[in-house]
Structures are given as structure tokens and as C-alpha cells.
Design a protein around this ligand. Sequence first.
Ligand code: FES
Length: 105
Amino acid sequence: KQITVTDMQGQTREVEINPGWSLMELLRENDYDEILAMCGGACSCATCHVHIRNADQLKLPPVEEDEEMLLMTTEAYDAERSRLSCQIPMTEAMDGMQVQIVEMD
Ligand code: FES
């Protein structure tokens, strides 16, 4: 099972899903250092912000209030696609997810 990741330079590659990890951990482990994840996954920094291009086709966990508040403070906020990658647990059901890494501010 795989996801597709596009970085800030527009380069796209496939990344194997590791069930049980968060999307943030998966991205960091695959050398996407632009995901700073400064709070270590505690939902309090927004430096793990990504856009999920096909969010409407996946069963993602709902956006909690604190996650939404943080996302709304970011430059690249998109109500349909923005997520904190540390708040998305990876499962095989995430197969085909299209992740866009966005500019941090
Ligand atoms: Fe800080 Fe996700 S790592 S909010």
C-alpha cells in the first residue's frame, strides 16, 4: 500500500505505508525534512501541515477543533485539504492518498 507525496519543488514519489505510524512520522522517515514537526506530534505547532489532495475520497479522522484552529493560522490553509500530518494515523485504508507538502510560514 502506498501514498503519493509531492514536495515543495513539485517532485512526486511513492511512499510505502507503515501502518501504525502517523503521516508526519512516515514523511520524516522518508527524508521529507521540510516537515519540521517541531512539537513532535502534539498538535501544537502546525509545522507538519500538508494538503491531502484527495481528502474527500479517503476515510480520514475528522479535524478536531484544536487542529482546525492551528491550521487556520497558516498561510496555506485550505478548508477542504489542509491537515496536520501528525494527526493522521496511517492504515492500509490510506492507500492512494495524495499528499502535497505546503510552504510553512
Ligand atoms: Fe506539531 Fe503536528 S507536529 S502539530
